[in-house]
Design a protein around this ligand. Structure first.
Ligand code: ZN
Length: 157
């Protein structure tokens, strides 16, 4: 199976798909042929689509893949091809620090290693990327930050 890059826009959603099974879907078209037992690769007549394009792709799944992709490209236009690169880790963002600034600032400093001034500056500036890493590592900090009253978000770059 090829990695999950959207067949329309080229969006790389490997990180989110790997960690959560979300971010997009594999759509099978009328000419879909499953891989033979024990073989690897991409099955014919199937393609990945990001969450922005998966509904449109699914609505065309009665067509053969080539015709569906032609229609989707007419609908959404031509995108530049994806640039392959390493899969990036999920990110923990602090959206709003909340009323308990002291506690949130201490957690921000512990998680990031920033100085008090750096942490204060980031918190004041608005939503910021705190750390990136594996979901289990992010979940620990996310739980502590939420307990301290902060609003957080996990993002998949
Ligand atoms: Zn897309």
């Amino acid at each position: 199976m090829t990695p999950p890059y959207c067949a329309v826009c080229g969006k790389d959603f490997r990180g989110e798909y790997f960690h959560t099974g979300n971010g997009g879907e594999l759509i099978r078209f009328a000419d879909y042929l499953p891989l033979l037992e024990g073989s690897v690769g991409m099955p014919a007549g199937a393609a990945w689509f990001c969450r922005s394009h998966v509904d449109a792709a699914r609505s065309l799944c009665a067509l053969i893949q080539k015709d569906a992709l032609d229609s989707l490209r007419q609908l959404f236009g031509q995108f530049s091809p994806p640039i392959p690169g390493p899969m990036r880790d999920p990110e923990l963002w602090v959206i709003v620090a909340g009323a308990n600034l002291g506690a949130v600032a201490r957690l921000v400093r512990s998680a990031s290693g920033w100085t008090p001034a750096q942490a204060h500056e980031r918190i004041k500036a608005g939503p910021f990327l705190l750390i990136s890493g594996w979901p289990s590592e992010l979940a620990r900090w996310e739980a502590l930050l939420r307990e301290a009253g902060a609003t957080t978000e996990i993002r998949y770059p």
